[in-house]
Design a protein around this ligand. Structure first.
Ligand code: PLP
Length: 415
């Protein structure tokens, strides 16, 4: 793409944008009576305009029907999300389920897919993973009586480099081929914005006899995913970032169908029990075959109603179109930011296949001051210590003109 450093170019791109009408389907926070420029969908996605009515509908059923609503409507409520969730991550319907929150799901998946032995007990994670993942993994290692100092392998970029090289990741796996039990990497790192080659990592992970899983908090709704074909063992993600389902909304889980008939360890609850006999309330746990067998509790219907609204937008727009625009938008942001100053350094990879829609900017001078000024001028983005501003333009509700305006304001603030 031959980008140009002008508002006319940006507006021309907007006119031709096949997703341009989706912007009007979202509520924008206001600042001084105007829509903010919102680049924080990697933290909390904007609210679709249909969401409030969808939640109210369920509240009305509760109001009018009480427990009858449970039987008529909510018992299988999560199933409304199955097909769209499968499309979102490239899975078969039996391989996905929506339940709980992300870190809870990581724990539940590790109960099954981290089965350490004295010989093979290591977990591989990227250094600088989201802290919750780090805590979860270390506590799992301790829970099994091992020491994270020995059993946790953290992938570290080479000296002087900002992100990981795929070959270095694969070599680390091969070098520890007898001792790695489980690989759990963020599909996209929340800090650097680097997207990993999940297919290659899975392939080599399996060659060395490990289970391979991904935290897709920053991958689902952002990248084109093919979890089934890539043979990934398990994955989990949240729905409030890219997927726009609102604060604390339930997460998604993928478990490859070859594990559907699971006989290994798992924490059970009644919602994972065979649906035909669940309400016989019998003493023996008979799991549903597939990812649903990992469910524990009944569904949080109100927040799932939010999720249904946003998933219908993803379904209609389609991940292919979303990803195509994402690459163009992020590319435009990269193009413009590179013209500003040496005091702003992009630490996210430049190759589109190695990133999602986020660029992480290292601010070498007065970063926090610049960040606060951006906020004053109606730009919502976020700050990550010690010196990074993350900008995540959403293909669903950001325009090329948004990127251009952001660039002009950033340029005016940076020396
Ligand atoms: C956002 C995020 C979380 C948050 O976990 P919750 O359990 O949903 O609070 C965890 N891990 C990663 C990688 C994240 O980006």
């Amino acid at each position: 793409m031959n980008y140009k450093n002008t508002i006319v170019f940006a507006q021309g791109m907007d006119l031709r944008d096949p997703l341009k009408d989706y912007r009007s389907q979202f509520h924008f926070p206001q600042k001084s009576g105007k829509d903010v420029l919102y680049f924080c969908g990697n933290s909390l996605g904007l609210m679709p305009k249909t969401t409030a009515a969808a939640v109210n509908k369920e509240l009305n059923v509760w109001e009018k029907e009480g427990v009858l609503g449970q039987h008529s409507r909510w018992e299988a409520y999560h199933e409304h999300l199955t097909d769209s969730t499968a499309r979102l991550v490239g899975a078969n319907p039996s391989e996905v389920v929506v339940m709980n929150a992300l870190t809870v799901n990581l724990h539940l998946l590790l109960v099954s897919f981290y089965q350490p032995t004295p010989q093979r007990n290591k977990i591989v994670i990227e250094q600088g993973a989201f802290p919750s993942d780090q805590y979860a993994v270390e506590s799992q290692i301790r829970f099994h009586g091992f020491n994270p100092k020995e059993a946790l392998i953290e992938l570290i970029p080479r000296e002087g480099e900002k992100y990981l090289r795929t070959d270095d990741i694969l070599n680390t796996l091969k070098e520890n081929s007898n001792s790695i039990a489980t690989i759990l990497i963020g599909g996209v790192n929340y800090y650097s914005g680097q997207a990993f080659d999940m297919e290659k990592i899975t392939k080599v992970g399996h060659e060395i006899g490990a289970y391979v899983g991904f935290d897709l908090a920053h991958g689902a709704g952002n990248l084109l995913l093919n979890l089934h074909d890539w043979n990934v063992d398990f994955a989990a993600w949240c729905s409030y970032k890219y997927i726009c389902a609102g604060p604390g909304s339930p997460g998604g889980v993928f478990i490859h169908e070859r594990h559907g008939n699971w006989e290994g360890p798992r924490f059970a609850g009644w919602w994972g029990h065979d649906k035909g006999t669940r309400f016989n309330m019998g003493p023996d746990f008979v799991p549903i075959i597939g990812a649903e067998g990992w469910q524990i509790s009944n569904s949080p219907v109100l927040s799932m109603a939010c999720l249904r609204e946003s998933m219908s937008i993803f379904d209609e727009a389609g991940m292919k179109e979303i990803r195509t625009k994402s690459e163009l938008l992020t590319g435009y942001l990269e193009y413009l930011v590179k013209t500003i100053s040496d005091n702003v350094e992009i630490i996210t990879p430049f190759v589109p296949s190695e990133r999602g829609n986020q660029l992480s900017l290292v601010m070498k001078e007065n970063g926090k001051v610049v960040f606060n000024e951006l906020g004053e001028k109606g730009i919502v983005c976020d700050w990550r210590e010690p010196d990074v501003i993350r900008i995540a333009p959403s293909p669903l509700y950001n325009s090329y003109a948004d990127i251009y305006f952001f660039f002009e304001i950033l340029k005016s603030l940076v020396v």
